[in-house]
Design a binder for this molecule. Structure first.
Ligand SMILES: [Zn+2]
Length: 96
């Protein structure tokens, strides 16, 4: 049987949880990069051979996939640079 005392106790215990549930989840947030940071990251891609290294690593991976028979020899894929977000098309070596 639901008594008034039990109802008040349940309401009192549920109140803190109802307050917590009204807010938005703020565990993750994203902020845009400042202009200086974006320019620095873009310069890092242009100034070094990071794209060449990325393409070489992906091509090596694709060569292994072709050799294992997981993808056809004419397979082509696109990778995104983690720094400047540009897309790079990569295919396995033709000699395989
Ligand atoms: Zn890049």
């Amino acid at each position: 049987m639901l008594t008034r005392r039990l109802l008040l106790k349940a309401t009192t215990m549920a109140l803190p949880f109802s307050v917590l549930g009204t807010g938005t989840a703020r565990a993750l947030s994203s902020e845009p990069l400042s202009l200086a940071d974006r320019e620095a990251m873009a310069l890092s891609c242009r100034a070094t051979t990071s794209h060449d290294e990325l393409v070489t690593a992906m091509r090596s991976f694709l060569n292994g996939e072709v050799a294992a028979g997981h993808v056809p020899a004419d397979y082509r894929t696109t990778v995104s640079c983690p720094f400047c977000s540009c897309s790079l098309s990569v295919a396995p070596d033709k000699s395989l």
